[in-house]
Design a protein around this ligand. Structure first.
Ligand SMILES: Cc1ncc(COP(=O)(O)O)c(C=O)c1O
Length: 388
């Protein structure tokens, strides 16, 4: 594999010559590699009609590539069309009729995670919320909720709304002590630095290809810790969850012994081609390099905001944040349009303007973001306290 420098990596994204793109928390930029891979799928379809064997082989290749990225084995990974499908498959395999029926969740979850567990109330689940204190969700606050009645703790690594990073290793250790499962939502983190599911000590994890993994929408991954796989029997299933999908068996429900048992329908082949190319490109620059770039860009943006007296919603402590910086605005939706008119693509949630960095962003991008924010400074909320 050819190792890319950050500027070589950047040159794979034509969009970056046209726009200042700081919205990877929503969708990663399109690379020439992903475009070519998706074209390759179209060519194979056009040339061979229905090469299903080769296409299913691409799903297996993607499974292995992703597993290597997170320190798992390929048979601990399900390849799915969305994170929601993965969360639902696990929820459907759990029982909420014993003494352990509580789901303990922080307020920073992505809606799909919260909603899927809320939906389990009709199956007996009890939902307990962990509230943030001074903008932080601490492990101590989780500890006050998690006990011998806790079945599972769904937890987002980095919050899509405010950029807050939860200490997952500490939370996983707490869950382990209490005998509860930890289900990590790593969507806003995977691709921005090394992830090792074993050293984190988590039970389940979902993430998707479309943000920092540089792929298209329509590909997500579910990791299930090896010893849990055959203890969990989902009721949400389909023919791709079988031992051999191509046995076309209507009489028997034979479960794949691998995490593939959590898959259901026909794989999303065009997206799989794109996702594989995205992961390969990420590997060529290296997640460690991406982490270095992202850490330095976020720190410099926050330092600018603190100096300028702009209210930063994202925690200031470096270990409590990820690739996303959120600044408070008097009208975030309008600010997004005004920035777009200046060539800066960002996004908003509530009253926060979201600026997220990837390894392809440069100091020039940061300068352009800051210049545009200064030009629109009336749209930013001022903080009462100067943070440094
Ligand atoms: C933290 C997080 N979880 C989940 C999702 C999306 O899940 P799904 O693949 O089910 O649409 C997103 C998308 O923005 C997200 O930011």
């Amino acid at each position: 594999m050819v190792q890319l420098t950050t500027s070589e990596f950047r040159s794979h994204f034509p969009l970056l010559t046209q726009r200042t793109y700081v919205n990877s928390c929503s969708q990663g930029a399109l690379s020439t590699d992903v475009r070519a891979a998706m074209q390759q799928f179209l060519d194979s379809w056009n040339r061979e009609g229905s090469p299903w064997e080769a296409w299913v082989g691409e799903v297996e290749r993607l499974r292995s590539t992703f597993a290597a990225l997170i320190g798992a084995d390929a048979d601990e990974v399900a390849v799915l069309p969305s994170a929601s499908i993965g969360i639902n498959a696990i929820a459907s395999a759990l029982m909420f009729n014993g003494p352990r029926r509580q789901v303990v969740m922080g307020r920073f979850e992505f809606p799909t995670m919260a909603q899927i567990w809320l939906a389990q109330r009709q199956r007996g689940a009890e939902i307990l919320w962990v509230e943030p204190e001074n903008g932080l969700l601490s492990v101590e606050a989780y500890a006050r909720r998690i006990d011998e009645r806790t079945l599972i703790v769904p937890a987002t690594h980095v919050c899509f709304r405010n950029g807050h990073r939860t200490n997952i290793a500490a939370l996983a250790a707490l869950c382990q002590r209490q005998g509860a499962y930890l289900f990590l939502d790593d969507f806003q983190n995977t691709g921005t630095g090394p992830v090792d599911v074993r050293s984190l000590g988590i039970d389940f994890m979902v993430t998707g290809a479309l943000k920092y993994l540089l792929g298209p929408s329509g590909v997500a991954f579910l990791y299930v810790r090896r010893d849990l796989i055959d203890r969990l029997v989902p009721t949400m299933t389909g023919w791709f969850g079988r031992l051999d999908p191509f046995a076309f068996n209507v009489d028997e429900l034979d479960w794949s012994p691998a995490a593939r048992r959590f898959e259901s329908g026909t794989p999303m082949i065009p997206n799989v081609y794109g996702a594989q190319a995205g992961l390969k490109l990420l590997d060529a620059v290296g997640v460690e390099t991406v982490e270095c770039e992202v850490t330095s860009l976020t720190a410099r943006l926050i330092a600018w905001a603190d100096d300028a007296g702009v209210e930063v919603i994202t925690p200031s402590e470096p270990t409590r944040r990820g690739p996303l910086v959120v600044l408070r605005s008097v009208d975030a939706a309008t600010l997004v349009s005004r920035l777009a008119a200046r060539g800066v693509i960002a996004s908003s949630r509530d009253d926060g303007i979201r600026i997220s960095f990837h390894g392809y962003n440069s100091q020039e991008d940061l300068d352009s973001v800051i210049a545009s924010l200064e030009a629109e400074s009336a749209m930013l909320k001022r903080s009462r306290v100067v943070r440094r």
